[in-house]
Design a binder for this molecule. Structure first.
Ligand SMILES: C[S@@+](CC[C@H](N)C(=O)[O-])C[C@H]1O[C@@H](n2cnc3c(N)ncnc32)[C@H](O)[C@@H]1O
Length: 266
């Protein structure tokens, strides 16, 4: 390679503090790990996962016998992945390659049978120009019959209309991976409907056994939401044929919530 954007960390929201809480808190979408592993097994090696994060999907894919390259722009997320990879068998480790880079602008000297962007990582691209740049770059890394598989989600109608500016809401607690204390989580979602931007604010409160707050961490994730037809036209404009749009990870029809796209170079 393997070049990537000049400064992959620029604008990176997945810093050390958020990365430390990633695995216990961001647990994915129902069925996503099995779905992406099955896609990788069906395609065969090599597979490229963009926005691979801590390896939540990349590691089970390699354990299923598929060679996979993971690209992510966050050094702390890749550090989490490297730590997990180090504990795997030498055989599985040999199937994994991790690269720091930006999915909008990367160059890897090989083509892949499958490129995936699981868990809505494509939504971190905040403008249509960034989305198109990534789709064109991905197409250059796919084999002729390769597939691009990724998922997004639709905002609820109230959010899309910009009506909902909600107070912080309680979410599921989790156990702090380093200290073993309980972490109480709060979140709020704000919307910029004109730009189709959603800002997720998180507050993580680490509490002791008596419930006293020991530490507070505030984090923000900014996502762009893309409506179904917009995504369809963008894929077509960037040289893809759409093979399927599912509504879940079990092949169910699209119902206006999750968008699970399967596309091929046209
Ligand atoms: C929601 S996490 C998904 C991680 C993993 N795929 C999973 O399913 O658990 C999104 C990941 O995308 C990465 N990311 C965001 N923007 C990116 C970009 N432009 N290029 C590469 N990675 C990016 C973040 O650093 C983060 O690790």
């Amino acid at each position: 390679m393997d070049s990537n954007a000049d400064s992959p960390e620029e604008g990176n929201e997945y810093d050390a503090a958020l990365s430390a809480f990633y695995e216990p808190y961001f647990t994915g979408v129902e069925g996503d790990v099995a779905f992406y592993v099955a896609q990788a097994q069906a395609a065969g090696s090599p597979v490229l996962e963009l926005g691979c994060g801590s390896g939540r999907i990349l590691i089970p894919t390699a354990q299923a016998g598929v060679s996979i390259t993971g690209l992510d722009r966050s050094a702390p997320m890749l550090a989490q992945a490297r730590q997990r990879v180090a504990a795997l068998s030498p055989e599985t480790r040999r199937r994994i390659r991790l690269i720091q880079g930006d999915m909008r602008d990367f160059a890897i000297r090989r083509r892949f049978k499958l490129v995936t962007i699981p868990y809505r990582a494509f939504q971190h691209l905040l403008t249509p120009a960034d989305q198109a740049q990534a789709l064109l770059c991905i197409r250059d890394h796919l084999t002729k019959r390769g597939r691009l598989v990724f998922n997004l989600y639709d905002p609820s109608r109230e959010f899309a209309l910009g009506r909902a500016t909600r107070a912080m809401q309680r979410d599921d607690d989790f156990i702090h991976p380093a200290t073993g204390n309980r972490v109480v989580t709060w979140y709020r979602r704000q919307h910029e409907p004109v730009e189709q931007i959603m800002v997720q604010e998180f507050l993580f409160e680490e509490v002791d056994a008596g419930g006293s707050v020991l530490n507070r961490v505030y984090k923000t994730l900014t996502l762009r939401y893309t409506f179904r037809c917009e995504m369809q036209y963008l894929l077509e404009l960037c040289g893809y044929t759409i093979e399927a749009l599912h509504g879940d990870f079990h092949g169910g029809p699209y119902r206006g919530a999750e968008q699970v796209w399967v596309a091929q170079p046209a």
